[in-house]
Design a protein around this ligand. Structure first.
Ligand code: FAD
Ligand code: SF4
Length: 485
């Protein structure tokens, strides 16, 4: 299997994925039921098992275990197969879970996998890291727990075994596409256009594909093996990858547009926002993306004993849990609002708490303390005011004494944004509200004809942006093709 830029030394092949390859394509020990999904609503989710927090907090092993085939069938049979596709409508890439859940309910893992892969080239990864917007709208939640759609997807991909690589649906049409950035947005774009007969070249700045997903999400949530499985299915598509190709240093748009018929840019958000408080440059204050990238590349395996993490999102949770695995004695997340307003996924918060991460709410960092090396942090106590434009209650400084806290390392995880330094202004590319490149939301079109851009704050949102742009690029290039003498 090609390495797809993932260095062999950093791969994590887990017990779970070894077990998956031992399961045959159709599971003979599972009786095929004729009954299909159960008629009466079963409100209780088939439990999802986790590795004991005490065991997992010291190692980069997968924290959440997959369903067994029997458990997956049992869970799939809870789905009431809604007439209105709530779950599909909530999915940014429009994947309809009903069909594959029905197949799973009948024990047909291969059929379910094939259906999933029709719409979703990164399904193995999404089986563990998708924010499962579908589950948030599942009406079964009104009576109990929503259907575990993400976990069912994971089971389908695991127990059906490796799929046949994708084939281009149409022969080459002679037109060429350049994709800058090999993250989820760029890969989705390349996958669609490659299947539609375009020759696609992906230019990636680093030595690996997958973007922030593979560069930062720790192996206890996403293994390199999962991504390698997704990428193995690209093998027969007319999609080539150029690594260490950075825009605009190594690639210029004018040059690309002479050689390629259209360009998609999906650069992601790789710059951690600074807090802008005194002491931020002290030794021991580390931006979260830098910390997680170094950890994922195997360049960092330890951290000082007392760690604080500033922020309340998933990047903060991953930083805190990674610090535990790097041997920190005490890890505290500092968040300026309360638990209710935390943007991180509830499950991630729970897993972090179970592993022993401490949380201090309603505090904002005022300054880092120390001479050259970080020794502590001064915190402003906060109270909650009325909701702000995000709909969450706004933190306001309280009339209270500051809190002094000792720490040896501080990971800043407040937000990240696109790094557009050096990007020529005449491209018309701007950073949007969510910190990614701004382009027409429906088509990804930029001010420059033939140049499209997109990305997103989750893997599946980024894929959706890549998909929308692929359709618009296809239409644009088709017109070009038809105009050609
Ligand atoms: C710690 C962390 C945890 C996360 N957890 C989850 C999760 O559990 N679930 C979820 O759905 N989302 C998660 N996300 C968010 C998710 O990873 C991103 O939303 C998604 O990867 C964005 O995809 P993208 O293609 O827009 O950008 P990216 O993933 O950033 O990909 C952009 C690619 O472009 C390359 N690139 C950048 N600049 C250049 C350049 N100048 N020239 C050439 N190439 C360039 C980059 O190296 C990268 O490969 C997480 C993010 C972080 C940081
Ligand atoms: S919304 Fe829930 S119950 Fe309805 S079809 Fe989707 S997964 Fe099944």
């Amino acid at each position: 299997m090609p390495s797809w830029g993932v260095p062999q030394a950093h791969r994590v092949i887990t017990v779970v994925s070894e077990r998956s390859s031992a399961v045959p394509q159709t599971c003979p020990r599972i009786p095929m039921t004729e009954a299909g999904p159960k008629k009466r609503l079963n409100p209780k989710r088939t439990p999802i098992r986790e590795v004991d927090p005490g065991e997992r907090r010291g190692a980069f092993i997968e924290a959440v275990l997959p369903y067994t085939p029997e458990e997956a069938i049992e869970e799939a049979q809870r789905c009431i197969q809604c007439g209105k596709p709530w779950c599909m409508e909530a999915c940014p890439i429009g994947q309809d879970p009903r069909g594959y859940i029905k197949l799973l309910a009948h024990g047909d893992f291969t059929g379910a996998r094939d259906l999933i892969l029709r719409d979703n080239p990164l399904a193995t990864c999404l089986g563990t890291v998708c924010y499962h917007y579908c589950e948030r709208v599942c009406p079964v939640a009104k009576k109990g727990d929503p259907i575990a759609v993400r976990h069912l997807k994971r089971a389908a991909l695991m127990y059906a075994g490796p799929a046949t690589p994708y084939q281009p649906a149409t022969p080459s049409n002679g037109q060429k596409v350049a994709v800058i950035g090999g993250g989820p947005a760029g890969l989705m774009n390349a996958w669609i256009l490659g299947q539609r007969g375009y020759e696609v070249t992906v230019f990636e700045a680093t030595d690996r594909l997958g973007g922030l997903m593979t560069q930062t999400i720790p192996a206890y949530r996403l293994t390199d093996d999962s991504f390698a499985q997704d990428m193995a299915r690209f093998a027969n598509l007319p999609v080539r990858f150029h690594f260490h190709s950075s825009f605009p240093d190594d690639i210029d748009i004018d040059g690309l547009l002479k050689e390629y018929d259209a360009v998609f840019i999906g650069l992601g958000t790789h710059k951690s926002k600074r807090l802008g408080i005194p002491g931020e440059d002290l030794d021991g204050v580390i931006p979260a993306l830098k910390y997680l990238k170094e950890s994922k590349r195997g360049e960092r395996a330890s951290i000082r004993p007392r760690v604080v993490v500033i922020g309340g999102g998933d990047v903060a949770m991953d930083s805190a849990r990674t610090a535990l695995r790097h041997g920190a004695e005490e890890v505290t997340i500092l968040y300026r609002r309360s638990r209710e307003e935390m943007p991180a996924d509830d499950q991630e918060i729970k897993e972090a708490m179970d592993e022993g991460v401490k949380f201090q709410f309603l505090v904002a960092p005022k300054r880092f303390l120390g001479v050259k090396r970080l020794e502590g942090i001064e915190l402003q106590q906060m109270i909650l005011g009325p909701p702000d434009e995000s709909g969450r209650r706004k933190p306001i400084p309280a009339d209270a004494e500051p809190i002094m806290m000792r720490c040896d390392a501080a990971i800043t995880a407040v937000s990240q944004e696109a790094d557009l330094e050096g990007v020529p202004p005449d491209l018309g590319l701007k950073v949007g509200k969510d910190g990614v490149l701004e382009a027409d939301p429906m088509s990804g079109a930029t001010a420059r004809p033939g140049v499209y851009a997109g990305g997103g704050a989750s893997v599946v949102h980024a894929m959706a942006a890549g998909k929308r742009a692929a359709f618009a690029m296809d239409a644009y290039m088709m017109k070009k093709r038809n105009r050609a003498p």
